[in-house]
Design a protein around this ligand. Structure first.
Ligand code: TXA
Ligand code: MG
Length: 356
């Protein structure tokens, strides 16, 4: 199949609508990451998403809508929903709600809940308006790859597999939406994202964060969000997070990199802009500046993709505080590293030993 990469226009929206109605897939930009869409009411079309992504079919999808009146046929609204929609829609907040029978099992992986969000990106909105359908869309990457934040990333993963990619340039947030479960007594963040815990709590009071956001699932632990079971955002090289005091971390990053290079690994360090000068001579990728945490969220997936392009085998990364948008950054970085973490002081103590 030939994959067309096209800039947005009324003709392209009409083409996308026709493809959706014919059961085909279209990739489109949102404010978070690019999505790979299909008509959410067409189980066969939804099946094509799983095939194109190589996604396990027990991992449910998010349904995207342009207007609130599209919700009525899909969900039974929990009490908290209206306040959350008033505050954060359109925007990077996905709500898990009890679903109706209209939603195919293929979308929800058989769960009795469905994830819904109203994106704010003008191209996503124009496309949703043009097709007048609820669109099921996961991130438009092959399963296990970092989510795409540019049309070029989508093409890298989906070339030949889908008929159309709408090119809307780089995504603003750069990390996927916050997934909030509001079906239980206490609302719970299943996946942190652009709408932070602090922002949610300002509107609805206390919000839990699922345990597996900052650590691997424990033996026998049931994932409240099926996506948590999988090793997402996994570059081919091995990433290790280095934590500790600032001076120790900088010293340890240099030691780790030198030891890896000496061992014949192709290695680099992920550091914040603030520490680049102190790491002169070390092969570094900048994660952005701590003074603008949004910039870190925004470039993370692009950096992770570059590691693969450059054939990195060992990567050592700084960490940031897990509050505000930092919770989402540390969730994605942690999972990319399979939560492998070392203490900088330990690295310094066994200086000269084999690479960690
Ligand atoms: O920003 C985003 O959310 C992007 C753009 C395209 O909208 N989409 C996205 O979709 O990231 P995806 O499929 O990559 O991630 C959806 C997440 C998965 O972790 C999935 O397990 C969870 O939402 N999810 C979907 N339906 C669910 C449900 N009914 N209950 C619990 N978790 C659910
Ligand atoms: Mg995804």
């Amino acid at each position: 199949m030939e994959t067309l990469l096209r800039l947005p226009s009324p003709e392209i929206y009409a083409k996308a609508a026709a493809l959706y109605r014919a059961g085909e897939l279209v990739a489109f930009p949102t404010e978070t990451v690019y999505g790979l869409g299909a008509n959410a009411l067409d189980a066969e079309a939804v099946g094509r998403i799983f095939a194109a992504k190589g996604r396990p079919n027990d991992n449910p999808l998010i349904v995207h809508i342009a207007h609130r009146d599209q919700l009525d046929p899909l969900v039974r609204l929990p009490a908290l929903a209206t306040a959350l929609m008033d505050a954060f829609w359109p925007g990077p907040l996905t709500l898990i709600m009890p679903r109706t029978d209209l939603v195919p099992d293929a979308v929800t992986a058989g769960l009795d809940t469905v994830a819904v969000r109203m994106p704010s990106h003008p191209i996503a909105r124009a496309m949703l308006e043009a097709c007048r359908l609820p669109i099921a869309a996961p991130s438009a990457n092959r399963s296990g790859r970092p989510s795409p934040t540019t049309a070029a990333h989508v093409l890298e993963d989906m070339n030949g597999l889908i008929p159309l990619i709408i090119d809307g340039g780089p995504c603003e947030v750069g990390l996927e939406s916050t997934v909030l479960d509001i079906t239980q007594e206490r609302p719970c963040i299943l996946r942190p994202g652009g709408v932070t815990r602090e922002m949610l709590e300002a509107v609805i009071g206390p919000v839990e964060v699922a345990g597996s956001v900052l650590r691997p699932l424990r033996e026998g632990e049931v994932a409240r969000s099926p996506g948590m079971r999988y090793r997402h955002y996994a570059p081919k090289g091995e990433i290790t997070l280095v934590r500790g005091g600032e001076a120790d971390v900088i010293r340890a990053l240099r030691l780790c990199w030198e030891a890896a290079e000496a061992a014949g690994e192709n290695s680099c360090v992920l550091c914040f802009e603030e520490h680049a000068a102190a790491l002169a001579g070390v092969r570094c990728h900048s994660l952005g500046t701590l003074s603008q945490p949004e910039s870190i969220a925004n470039r993370l997936f692009d950096v992770l993709r570059q590691l693969d392009t450059e054939g990195m085998t060992r990567v050592y990364s700084e960490v940031m505080p897990a509050d505000g948008i930092g919770l989402a950054v540390m969730n994605r970085l942690g999972r990319a590293a399979a939560f492998r973490t070392v203490e900088a002081a330990d690295v310094i103590a066994r200086r000269g030993a084999a690479p960690v």
